[in-house]
Ligand binder design. Sequence first.
Ligand code: AHG
Ligand code: MN
Ligand code: MN
Length: 341
Amino acid sequence: MIKRFMTLERHIIEGERKHPAATGELSKLLSDLVIAAKVISLEVNKAGLMDILGYTGDNNIHGEQVKKLDMYAHEMIFKAMDHGGHLCVMASEEEEDIIHIPDAFEIGKYVLLFDPLDGSSNIDVNVSIGTIFSIYKRVSPQGLPGTLEDCLQPGLKQVAAGYVVYGSSTIMVYTTSNGVHGFTLDPSIGEFLLSHENIRIPKKGRIYSINEGNYKFWHPGLKKYIKWLQDEELETDRPYSSRYIGSMVADVHRTLFYGGIFMYPQDSRNPNGKLRLMYECNPMSMIVEAAGGRATNGKKRILEIVPESLHQRTPIFIGSVDDVNLVEEFMSEENNNQEKE
Ligand code: AHG
Ligand code: MN
Ligand code: MN
């Protein structure tokens, strides 16, 4: 039997209709983003065939080498979003400063932050990569160009967040706080169709995800936690399995469905970890929390961090409530032990 099918666009519109004060603007903004996602998906799928792979030779502002597809995705999102009249400003992981709306176009009330392509080190080897986005309402006066202040809002203020994974199929997951929903792209008709309604993350999982190559540099509490996960005990489902793709978007996507924990911690070489608060951690945290999970930097809820700069990094522990609580306990216990010594 064929199930009633729901396109992503219709879902967004119907979701917004439930709010009496809604103007429909957020729906239009999200629909523009969907177009960018389709275009990027097409290009990612063709990547192996085209002369698009390889480095551009430039470094991005984080000093990392940028691949062509990163810039392509960045430009596609900008081009899809600059003229809709819904945004007042944008910011991208690939650009140092805030991105203004060109003079020729209308200025709106929303703010868009994005990681155009996440997991770019996986591009050449056909491993899942993705796009992450985060939407806020502006705080500066209406009608004028948006400002840095509009972009530097705590994650709690997000009105919507989502990501697209370009994997064995292309999936878009988004939330406006009212549930987390997943849509799979049917390439033959070019539509995202509702495939995962109201996603709920398990309260506890049995998978941990972290770059274990950095073990030597970790916090002692984190070392103990990982060793504890590897011990055998039936009642607590141990040992856990280890999975690490190296694309946050794909690692968190798996965590959302199977439960468990994804971590990118601080270490003695990188006291703030690696992942970016505004483009990666805030949107993924909004999604995971809306699905019933938790996200913390080890001491504080990610969504409550007041940002100081556009590209700031933060440690992150994100996933099932029980698993995130436990890693926090291991780390704070170790801190207490050290204080006593
Ligand atoms: P990006 O490709 O947007 O720069 O992000 C890469 C990030 C993230 O996707 C992933 O979780 C992390 O880098 C992996 O880092 P390590 O290689 O240090 O494990
Ligand atoms: Mn990224
Ligand atoms: Mn990126």
